[in-house]
Design a protein around this ligand. Sequence first.
Ligand SMILES: *Cc1c(COP(=O)(O)O)cnc(C)c1O
Length: 400
Amino acid sequence: MVGGTSDKSSKPATQAVNSGRRKEWTGAVVNPPVWRGSTHLYDDVADLRVGVKSNEDGKFFYGRRGSPTQWSLADALTEMEPGAEGTMLYPSGVAAISCAMIAVLKPGDEVLLTDSSYDPSRSFADAFLKRMGITAHYYDPMIGADIASLFTDKTKAILLESPGSLTFEVQDVPAICVAAKKADIVTLLDNTWATSRFFPALEHGVDISIVAATKYIVGHSDVMLGAATTHQKYWTQLRRTAQQLGQVASPDDAYLAARGLRTLEVRLKRHEQSALKIAHWLKERPEVGVVLHPALPDCPGHEIWKRDFKGSSGLFSFQLPDADEQSRAAFIDALDLFGIGYSWGGFESLALPVDPEKYRTANPWSQAGKLVRLQIGLEDVDDLIADLAKAFEHYNNQPS
Ligand SMILES: *Cc1c(COP(=O)(O)O)cnc(C)c1O
């Protein structure tokens, strides 16, 4: 049969092409069409009654439960994550993180978050969860198995992010998950940087693997979408909570994400190669201090990255040890091929000033100078290097 779902034993590139493309969802065309709809029509009242009762995945019910367009994407993401039972889609990455946390926490619980967490994850914990009577504590991302020393009998969940998306510490995810499992604590990982392609999270012990699909899955900077994938133990809980909170990803957005997914393998490889070339080039520049790229020895957790990851993607930071706010801005402003903006994972390169000292609480950030974060896109890498070289020239010639 042509199309249809791929074999679980297929290689990643084959899975990226074929997964989720069930004949019943695609019909005669290659991509599952966009099924827009709120109302799903039933044959008769008896049929309607059956639909209400079953709440099955992949069955028509009502627009909020999705249509073949969303089911196909969710199915593909499940298939690409070894050990997974199912995937819920959300209208953004932040929605995926917050809803997954709500699914596993209740008033009175404590949750541990890595100090390298994405800032909106922190805000969700510090503002919303606090209001719900759930207390957040932050831990050093390099804590490893010692995380057990932070457990109380109220600790119910851990939010990991590896590498951190500003400072890139690679966490000892397996060690943290072993400790958590012993204490019956749920582990949630923000896996946006690596995706299941470079870090199959559930295989490393994670319970719920979350991605901002907005980034690499969509890949074209034109859609907001989140996904949470989990194994059997938490699947019903995750799914029911998303339904109760009314979470739905639009069919148009799911369609575009599925389209992006088909080229994920080639895009990630190109992001990887170009980012590595630029990271090594930056390391040789006299203006640059540490290069926080998981595949370079400067990066905390580099050895763990070598042990656990199948690759590296296109996002990393570097330090300008002599920079202040103004000279860093002058460097970034002098770039022509790098846009200035949030988000990443699209085809285009981006540069962003990042200031981890503003967020950290468990282990304050005290490196000299300033950090710049780069998202390396799919442009010709030598053009990007020439652009960076030109910006350094400008940086070095600023009036003091
Ligand atoms: C962007 C991002 C998110 C949030 O995704 P949105 O789709 O923008 O809500 C979560 N985690 C990380 C690491 C991100 O970079």
